[in-house]
Design a protein. Structure first.
Lengths: 95, 491, 478
């Protein structure tokens, strides 16, 4: 099933990637061929097969509720593109 | 004495006995790195830091407060966060990212006394099988500069192969340690998922990513693995199980071990020369008293499609944090939030990364989840079950690491699917979470061939044991690519 | 005109009162300098990983047990993917297919003595996002990630409510539960307890649901009521004008007292949920469940029942008292320390005390009149030192910080007059001075009796014992 240009635009928006109209065609072609190839999976019947999300059959370990982190704002914001008064800045968002 | 040809054990002995200092050792390797920059194996060279660390190591050795790796140089794949140093992951997105913390692997190796000479080049965000997808340009194979070193840990493999460092770390999501190890003629181990902490390792596909060692030999890898492995409370998926003494396990006899040969690893697509070379390795195993057994891993061909759905789905989510807000690349003068996101991400990511984010986003989106993601997770279960069944009867599974030797730079860049197929023998191991090692076992037309040995969960000791025995009997792992040997000097 | 019926469901977000965050060891304390409590994990730096906080799990399980829900033996964290500047990783770690708490229920009082059961669809654990500050800068939004990673349970109700009033009493009930359980401070101003309201309208009697809107981030009971009432009225207007309700996310503007569409949520969402590969399934073993069960405190329903049995309160009084855990505790402490009957104590707590708290906008914990002060005050009524009316004045004096009951009685001379001779003298005086009224009374106008009582009380400043005044007046006028 080929991926349409419309879908490419929808997906690129969900992924927050800018896609030019000319790129969109290339993406549609790439994704179509990759997804067609991926559909080999349909050769095997997986009805009733338990999906495997993790390679190991283990369960989540729980951490003790203790504060061990201290303020490292200065260090972390030294690598931030834009900050002011301790806040990260983005272009104005209108809710 | 040729320093770069020494094993880790010899390096440790030399340092311990005062035959050479860590500073001398480090300067020697730093010179080699500088002399072979054309390989483009490194993104960052940490000259000053390394010399300082080496001085510190020498003091520890003088004070007899050292361990086996104190003062031994190594390189980290540029996917491991290293406090105060750029951690680029091969991406423009993180070109300006100075990590504010140490990855657990970096921390552990620092504690072990290793001296970090540099950060190695790689496919951007570990997405690739050729180390061509790097913002810093492609890595070249030391055996043939026109060829790729494999990927994504191509810089680490090339650096060890060219004797620019004795040891290097790598990560393996679908073959990213083993395939470059094979292409470059070095030994590379992907441990069991959970054996080594993923904390501080920039994530590509979280349920598949696993760090591991590169070395010239299995014994060298055993040293490095020993220092990398172990439970980490910062990683929920790291396994709280004792770490065996790997070196102590190297010399067990192989007599009576059952080696499974999967039919599917020797079918279409496997180069005939590679097939012949692997067959010789199988013969060797038989000579050691191993029992060779034909087995089947029937769902092997579905591994790549399942992998490309799972890995891309996870990556599409893992890479959402690169938004130009808290770190990394941010576009110039964004006019609004939409513009900030779209431009920062599109400028910061390369083609393959964007392609995978798109595929993964598609596979998880409404209406496609069941057909792609869920289906892939079910196929993953079947693949894992194939291995579980096989390991009921065998100790090892042996086959080629890759269907062919290193391909030419640019040869596969235009066809993603062909590129993906070069991981056909390695990918299913990540899906199952098993350990596997790639060992040099021949040379064809001047390019190395690697065999892959797969073990059951947490059988790293057994893999290293097998590989070490093989390396005692062969010298493929000692082959140095032409042009990288130093003139012999008197000791 | 069709008869319309509103259908309301709530999603309540409760911040859990853990010390550290759900997936990191940074503090959850409120009010710190921006981004000083956002560690590497909270910032979503490359390479960081989440590790789950036991307390968050324990608290969620406790909630599940309290609402008689099925606590899942195995639950899974999933990623909810969307971009927003205060969501550092570009996804929120939440739960989707396998939440920690499945189907439960809660009974609410409708205020007319009847009750209604509200279904709880599920409650899941998730991490809170940071805060976007839109007002600080002219052309930028500032992001504070201190709140990012604070543990939340999101409690999703069935669309079982039919009015804003019902929604509010459901929300109050949940609020009282989380306070009782000690799993949240429930502080609504600080955002520890907030809700999204899903509202739709349908013609009465119709089975299918109408198109709903979701009004987000309502952080007071009053706003919930106003926002829902506004939405109901708006949607009915839309429908009666022959238009269709648009499915959308809306914001409540408290200043304008209206809801409006949220601009940043215009596009249809596709959250691409999938199991978080960084976290393993959480398994809640029977031993753990049993241990948490043992920790369950007495809940409002049980407490109300006990109050009726132990203190002989009627159901309505008991219900009112247990609404707030602190009020119930205040009541019990007072009741234990006074000779006054429990009914009187209850009336004081829900009456005088409550009114004073509301007037000064105070929590019961910071009441200037402690339970022991109230107990003493009631003792003075009981032992006849003061009348009930005087007691109210004294309560106000105590509230104003003028001292305890005995010192106020002394300093203001408020001791009740119980000396029969003294009262008799006053009665005689009143009867003597009002012959006209005496005539009226004797001619059969019983109502005038109250006049005489009033006169005696007036002369004594309310201090005369009312029972004695009554008795002596009756004797005198016989």
């Amino acid at each position: 099933m080929p991926v349409s240009l419309e879908e490419i635009l929808k997906i690129s928006h969900l992924a927050r990637l800018h896609v030019d109209p000319e790129e969109a065609g290339q993406y549609a072609a790439d994704l179509s061929s990759i997804l067609a190839w991926v559909q080999q999976m349909n050769k095997v019947d997986t009805r009733g097969v338990d999906p495997m999300a993790h390679p190991l059959d283990a369960c989540q370990r729980l951490r003790e509720d203790k504060v061990t982190e201290s303020d490292q704002r200065e260090k972390f914001q030294a690598i931030a593109p834009r900050t002011e008064n301790g806040l990260y800045l983005v272009p104005k968002v209108i809710e | 004495m040729v320093m770069e040809e020494l094993s880790v054990q010899q390096l440790a002995d030399g340092l311990d006995s005062g035959q050479f200092s860590s500073v001398e050792l480090v300067r020697h390797f730093l010179h080699r790195m500088q002399a072979h920059r054309h390989l483009n194996a490194f993104i960052s060279e940490l000259h000053d830091r390394a010399v300082m660390q080496a001085g510190h190591a020498d003091r520890q050795i003088r004070e007899r407060k050292h361990g086996p790796l104190t003062g031994v140089p190594l390189a980290h794949k540029d996917i491991f966060c290293m406090s105060g140093e750029r951690t680029s992951c091969g991406s423009k997105m993180l070109d300006n990212f100075i990590a504010p913390y140490h990855a657990t692997v970096v921390q552990k190796l620092e504690q072990a006394g290793c001296v970090v000479l540099g950060k190695t080049n790689m496919d951007e965000f570990a997405m690739g099988s050729s180390s061509e997808n790097s913002y810093y340009g492609p890595v070249r194979n030391p055996w043939n500069a026109e060829c790729v070193p494999g990927g994504s840990s191509g810089g680490s493999a090339a650096a060890v192969a060219a004797r620019l460092v004795p040891l290097a770390t790598g990560t393996d999501t679908g073959g990213s340690i083993r395939q470059p190890a094979a292409f470059c003629g070095v030994t590379g181990l992907k441990p069991t998922y959970g054996r080594i902490s993923r904390y501080g390792m920039v994530a590509y596909a979280s349920s598949l990513d696993q760090a591991g060692p590169f070395g010239k030999s299995a014994q060298d890898c055993a040293y490095l693995l020993q220092a990398m492995a172990g439970f980490d409370e910062k990683d929920s998926t790291s396994v709280d199980a004792p770490v065996p003494a790997y070196l102590a396990e190297l010399n067990r006899p192989l007599q009576g071990k059952v080696v499974g040969i999967p039919d599917e690893y020797f079918s279409t697509g496997l180069g005939s020369e590679v097939r012949t070379i692997i067959a010789r390795a199988i013969d060797w195993a038989e000579e050691q008293g191993c029992i060779i057994k034909d087995i089947s891993l029937p769902n092997t061909e579905l591994a790549i499609p399942a992998y490309y759905v799972i890995a891309t789905a996870e990556c599409s989510s893992n890479l959402s944090r690169y938004d130009g807000v808290r770190f990394g690349h941010r576009c110039e003068d964004p006019k609004d939030l939409h513009d900030l996101y779209h431009r920062s991400r599109s400028e910061g990511f390369g083609t393959e990364v964007k392609r995978r984010i798109m595929i993964g986003t598609y596979a998880l989106s409404t209406g496609y989840y069941d057909a792609y993601y869920l289906k892939a997770q079910q196929v993953r279960r079947l693949i894992s079950a194939d291995f579980n069944a096989a390991f009921q009867d065998v100790d090892f599974i042996l086959g080629p690491t890759a269907p062919e030797t290193a391909f030419r730079i640019g040869e596969k860049t235009d066809d993603p699917v062909t590129m993906y197929l070069s991981d056909i023998y390695t990918i299913s191991i990540n899906l199952a979470g098993l350990p596997a090692i790639s060992i040099p076992c021949g040379i064809h037309e001047g390019l190395p061939v690697g065999m892959q040995l797969i073990g059951n969960y947490f059988a790293e000791d057994k893999l290293l044991n097998f590989a070490h025995q093989y390396q005692l009997a062969t010298d493929w792992h000692q082959q140095c690519p032409p042009g990288f040997q130093q003139k012999r000097q008197g000791c | 005109m069709a008869q319309w019926e509103a259908v309301i469901g709530l999603e309540i977000h409760v911040q859990l009162a853990t010390q550290s965050k759900i997936f990191s060891a940074a503090s959850t304390a409120f009010g710190a300098e921006p981004n000083t409590q956002a560690c590497a994990v909270d910032l979503g730096l490359p390479g960081v990983l989440p590790v789950l906080n036991y307390e968050a799990v324990r608290m969620a399980v406790m909630f599940g047990l309290a609402v008689n829900a099925a606590v899942s033996q195995r639950c899974v964290f999933a990623r909810k993917n969307y971009f927003y500047p205060d969501l550092p990783k570009g996804y929120q770690i939440s739960q989707y297919e396998l939440p920690i708490v499945a189907r439960g229920q809660l009974e609410i009082a409708l205020g007319d003595g009847s009750y209604k059961v509200i279904g709880i669809t599920r409650a899941h654990l998730e991490e809170d996002a940071g805060k976007s500050l839109h007002e600080e800068f002219a052309d930028s939004t500032g992001i504070d990630l201190n709140r990012a990673g604070t543990p939340l349970i999101e409690i999703v109700s069935e669309p079982d409510m039919r009015s804003a009033k019902e929604a509010v009493s459901y929300m109050k009930k949940i609020h009282s539960f989380v306070r009782y359980l000690g799993i949240s401070d429930g502080n609504m101003q600080e955002g520890s307890f907030r809700c999204d309201a899903n509202v739709s309208i349908r013609p009465a009697g119709q089975k299918e649901l109408g198109t709903r809107t979701e009004t987000k981030n309502l952080n007071s009971f009053r706003f919930v009521e106003r926002a829902i009432d506004f939405e109901i009225a708006r949607q009915i207007d839309v429908l009666e004008d022959g238009n269709e309700v648009v499915q959308e996310t809306r914001l409540y503007d408290a200043v304008q007292d209206e809801t409006r569409p949220m601009r940043s949520k215009e596009e249809a969402d596709d959250y691409r949920y999938f199991p978080d590969p960084d976290l393993l399934p959480v398994v809640i073993r029977p031993e753990m469940l049993e241990e948490i069960k043992q920790q369950l405190p007495e809940l409002p329903g049980e407490k109300a029942l006990r109050f009726t049995q132990e203190y002989g309160l009627n159901a309505q009084d008991a219900e009112n008292l247990v609404l707030s855990k602190e009020a119930a505790e205040y009541f019990e402490q007072t009741a234990r320390n006074t000779n006054a009957e429990a009914k009187r104590v209850a009336n004081w707590v829900t009456g005088e005390l409550n009114a004073a708290l509301n007037q000064d906008d105070l929590e019961i914990a910071s009441s200037p009149v402690s339970s022991s002060m109230l107990a003493k005050l009631l003792n003075r009524i009981e032992d006849g030192t003061i009348s009930g009316k005087i007691a109210k004045d004294i309560f106000r004096s105590m509230w104003a910080g003028e001292g305890d009951v005995d010192s106020i009685i002394e300093s203001k001379g408020l001791r009740q007059i119980t000396d029969t001779l003294e009262i008799e003298t006053l009665v005689n005086q009143v009867v003597r001075e009002n012959p006209a009224q005496v005539e009226q009374f004797k001619s059969g106008k019983d109502k005038v009796f109250g006049f005489f009582v009033g006169q005696v009380m007036k002369i004594t400043g309310g201090k005369a014992n009312p029972q004695q005044v009554n008795r002596l007046l009756r004797e005198k006028l016989k």
